[in-house]
Design a protein around this ligand. Structure first.
Ligand code: NAP
Ligand code: 3JN
Length: 340
């Protein structure tokens, strides 16, 4: 019997995430019958190569989704809020990369290695949300620990690459770095301060409680995906002058004791994880090793000696791939295989 194939749309196709989503559909040999690439009116006239064919970019509009089976969105929160319901109304299932729908109780929020069962709830609104990149990699690393001994509290600090802000931020780090090393004047447009040779403890907007939206995304999304409102989560998110891959220092307090050695054994066989933990030989997760591939690297696993049930670890993943595009395409694969 021949494999079922799907009409697929990519909204935000010209962006950093959209580009990678298209590459993932190709790399993973997604069962595509036809593709449609959508972006703003600014991109009309451009063409994007897909499996050897040049596909014209069309403007994202309310009627863009007629005849489309699956649409993967990464055009930002505003367009997702406006156009995902239009797509769903036309019978298309949306996998949305923005924060617009993540906390809607009717919309499943999915990391395939953690809660693939939630995909079934796509039927509520025809929308599945992809979590924030920083949440995804943390939960891929923590889920095996949660399943084995429960989690009481997570304290996380992130070191996030500029690609998380999109194409303009990649250019800004490059341009500022080149200007600085040539003793030239540098300009800033994307971030409120220079990002070259600097760290900014500020990702997304500040909220009334003093945290940023990015920090609160990590708190709220973790509780939703783990289906546990009682987990304590506190985050500090920091932008660093790295192009690709987010790194995270994760401290986890478990409900039952687990040794660092047991955590290493668990993570050595965990889905989506590569253990990189041999400090004696300088082996630990690095942004440059995580970039360009889909596994979440975990290392520096050690006991938190300040509490009875604590573990520290260093978690690194490619934010554009596993943090956004790959996770979305993995969701689409499960949808295509098990539900459509
Ligand atoms: P980017 O490089 O700036 O690309 C933005 C894309 O959205 C472009 O294709 C752009 O089209 C399109 N777009 C913008 N406004 C639009 C509009 N009004 N109508 C139609 N298309 C529009 O940004 P990015 O890094 O790819 O991120 C895009 C979005 O993905 C983010 O806003 C965020 O919601 C989501 N994202 C999620 C994660 C995650 O953690 N899972 C990570 C990064 C990004 P033009 O080229 O025509 O302007
Ligand atoms: O900054 C990062 O490293 C990740 C950025 C994610 C992002 C950027 C713009 C808008 C998001 C997101 O996915 O949470 C959004 C959004 O709120 O949709």
């Amino acid at each position: 019997m021949s494999e079922k194939k799907f009409n697929v749309a990519v909204a935000g196709a010209t962006g950093a995430v959209g580009n990678q989503m298209i590459a993932c559909l190709e790399e993973r040999n997604f069962p595509v019958k036809s593709v449609k690439f959508l972006a703003s009116s600014r991109s009309v006239g451009r063409q994007i190569r897909f499996r050897g064919d040049m596909i014209p970019v069309e403007e994202l509009k309310e009627d863009s989704f007629k005849g489309i089976d699956i649409a993967i969105f990464s055009a930002g929160g505003g367009p997702s809020e406006k156009f995902a319901p239009c797509a769903a109304k036309d019978g298309c299932v949306v996998v949305d990369n923005s924060s617009a729908w993540r906390m809607d109780p009717q919309v499943p929020l999915v990391v395939p290695e953690v809660n693939p069962h939630a995909i079934a709830d796509y039927r509520n609104k025809g929308i599945i949300a992809n979590p924030n990149c920083s949440t995804i990699q943390m939960l891929v690393a923590l889920n095996p620990i949660r399943k084995k001994c429960g989690i009481r509290r997570i304290v996380v600090s992130t070191y996030q690459a500029v690609s998380g802000t999109g194409k303009k931020a990649i250019d800004e780090l490059f341009d500022q770095t080149r200007a600085m090393i040539n003793f030239l004047d540098w300009k800033k447009n994307v971030y409120p301060h220079r990002i070259a040779f600097n760290c900014l403890p500020h990702i997304d907007k500040f909220m009334e409680n003093g945290y940023t939206k990015e920090e609160m995304k990590m708190v709220n999304e973790t509780r939703k995906i783990f289906e546990d409102k009682s987990i304590g989560v506190t985050a500090t998110t920091v932008r660093v002058p790295v192009f690709y891959s987010h790194s995270e220092s994760v401290n986890v307090e478990t409900k039952e004791y687990i040794s660092a050695e047991e955590v290493k054994k668990l993570l050595a066989h965990a889905p989506g994880v590569r253990l990189a933990d041999d400090p004696a030989n300088n082996v630990y997760p690095l942004a440059i090793d995580a970039a360009g591939q889909d596994l979440t690297l975990v290392g520096r696993i050690r006991q938190d000696e300040s509490i009875p049930n604590g573990i520290n670890m260093w978690v690194v993943a490619d934010n554009i791939r596993k943090g956004a595009a790959t996770n979305a395409v993995q969701i689409a694969e499960i949808l295509a295989k098990d539900y459509l």
